[in-house]
Design a binder for this molecule. Structure first.
Ligand SMILES: [Zn+2]
Length: 114
């Protein structure tokens, strides 16, 4: 077995994954940093999407061209929850703002149905 951090061969117990505490700490710190960065990137995307929806949706319900949202940098892959209503319509929510893609390349934005 080789150390997961430095790759050195480990002497001693066969179930050890690291040669010493320093290697274990270095390895764990790296793992945590990766997941922290990933979460931060996703949170930033959600925050940006939310800000865009909030700026667009002034009257509680707004219909705008999808191209306009693309132009503002809205990322349709990121949302906080999906809601499917009995009539089959599907809304993607980012916190309290939801949107639905319409057939004619428009987007319907609503507020507060999460
Ligand atoms: Zn090591």
């Amino acid at each position: 077995m080789n150390c997961l951090e430095c790759g050195e061969k480990i002497i001693g117990r066969s179930d050890k994954k690291f040669c010493n505490d320093a290697c274990r700490n270095a390895y764990n710190n790296k793992q945590n940093k990766d997941s922290t960065n990933l979460m931060r990137n996703i949170n930033n995307k959600l925050r940006k999407n939310y800000r865009i929806l909030r700026e667009i949706n002034i009257d509680g319900k707004t219909k705008i061209p999808k191209s306009k949202m693309d132009g503002l940098g809205f990322d349709f892959d990121f949302f906080t929850n999906l809601k499917v209503y009995k009539n089959g319509s599907e809304y993607k929510f980012i916190y309290d703002y939801g949107y639905k893609l319409l057939d004619d390349d428009f987007v319907l934005i609503v507020k507060n149905q999460a």
